[in-house]
Write a protein that binds this ligand. Structure first.
Ligand code: ADP
Length: 393
């Protein structure tokens, strides 16, 4: 391969990547995708081809202990696999674009400095997202890079959906409702005209149900509101995050239980949600097969909260024409889709059980007032599309 483009999604302990073959005038195709996981503990590189067949799986030296070492490892693998190939562009997932980025941007040293300044708004994610950008700007300054933000798609929200009702002075440092999963929602909005033309420009609630979970209300394929807000803790119940929570409980954790800041952070990001309620697992697949009452309560709460928030999102949209399920749980669990759809029957959702069992794409009956759909998301492809457009590839 002469030229290839990379999409990177760097987290705290993993570096996910996709290698695309640029094809002028056509959608890019994935050549390989993989990840370096266990960074800092027991790192491992796994790679699949565009058809999902395993291409490579190897334990790495434990010295691959940080983002820079992970990039070096990936670069070495790319050089041996795509010998003689040239990287024409790199697209990155960056969790926070702050108030000023309503779309993707070509990265420079100045933009990187600006994005580092947003770290207080996303301390657990932003530094990890930015580390490979910094390494590549330093080591391969001629390779153009693009940042795509999880917040960008939501920047058009009305003030009433953005404001946080605390004293204005306390919010001056950027406290507002940003919303996340925007790259996923932008992808879904982009394919609606093709997959579901009859509702594409209507009022659509998209449920991104994965380890992280949120809803986005779309009107005319633009985001009107979303359930995550200042952080990715708000809204729906998630694998290890609680979703919406009375802030008085956080005070109680500090004042009465005497938890430290670090302990409260751990509770909010790593120990709550499905894991917190069930006490046994953060994994929906696992919980659905368990008989323990608390495992069942965790699933019940997940469904209850999602359905309740769908009702709220329908109110924000002034009604609802369609409901779309996506991400790990939304794309794969007919059971959860069925339960959320049944709980949304009052809105006019009538499930077609056979279509739901077959994963759609349309899973509502022809007579259903509100149609329901399963649409697989593809965040990497959305990043690749932006990278291609911004770099003119
Ligand atoms: P993320 O990308 O945020 O890590 P995913 O979108 O991959 O998360 O979703 C992970 C979730 O999807 C897990 O809770 C997993 O159990 C769930 N999941 C995947 N397949 C199924 C399935 N067949 N049935 C139920 N849940 C599933």
């Amino acid at each position: 391969m002469d030229a290839y483009a990379l999409v990177l999604n760097a987290g705290s302990s993993s570096l996910k990547f996709c290698v695309y073959r640029p094809a002028p005038g056509a959608e890019w195709a994935v050549d390989t995708r993989g990840q370096i996981e266990g960074i800092g503990t027991s790192p491992r590189l796994t790679v699949k081809d565009g058809q999902g067949q395993k291409r490579y799986d190897e334990k790495l030296d434990p010295s691959v202990g940080g983002a820079h070492a992970a990039i070096d490892t990936l670069a070495a693998w790319l050089q041996s696999t795509y010998a003689g190939g040239r990287v024409v562009g790199v697209g990155h997932r960056v969790v926070h674009g702050g108030p000023s980025h309503a779309g993707p941007t070509v990265l420079t040293g100045d933009i990187l400095a600006e994005l580092k300044g947003l770290t207080p708004l996303a301390p657990l994610h932003q530094p990890h997202n930015l580390a490979p950008i910094e390494t590549l700007l330093d080591r391969m300054p001629d390779v153009p890079q693009v940042a795509c933000f999880d917040t960008a798609f939501h920047r058009g929200h009305a003030p009433v959906a953005t404001v946080v009702p605390l004293p204005r002075a306390l919010c001056a440092g950027g406290v507002e409702r940003y919303g996340f999963h925007g790259i996923s929602y932008e992808y879904i909005a982009s394919v609606l005209p093709e997959v579901a033309p009859e509702i594409a420009d209507g009022r659509v609630v998209v449920a991104h149900l994965g380890s992280g979970a949120s809803l986005c209300g779309l009107k005319g394929r633009q985001s009107v509101d979303t359930t995550m807000s200042f952080t990715a803790v708000d809204g729906l119940c998630m694998g290890t995050r609680p979703g919406a929570l009375d802030p008085g409980i956080v005070l109680y954790l500090f004042q009465t239980l005497g938890l430290s800041v670090q302990q409260v952070e751990d509770v909010l990001y790593k120990k709550s949600g499905l894991l917190g309620i069930s006490g046994v697992s953060n994994d929906m697949r696992d919980l659905l097969g368990r008989p323990e009452p608390d495992a069942r309560l965790a699933v019940d709460y997940f469904v209850y909260r999602a359905a309740k928030e769908i009702g709220g999102m329908a109110a924000a949209l002034g009604g609802i024409d369609a409901l779309v399920f996506t991400a790990g749980i939304g794309e794969n669990s007919a059971e959860i889709r069925k339960r959320i759809s049944q709980a949304s029957a009052w809105l006019g959702v009538e499930l077609d059980e056979a279509a739901n069992a077959g994963n759609g794409p349309r899973i509502s009956t022809p007579a259903s007032k509100v149609s329901a759909w399963v649409i697989p998301t593809n965040e990497e492809l959305m990043i690749a599309r932006h990278t291609r457009a911004l770099l003119g590839l």
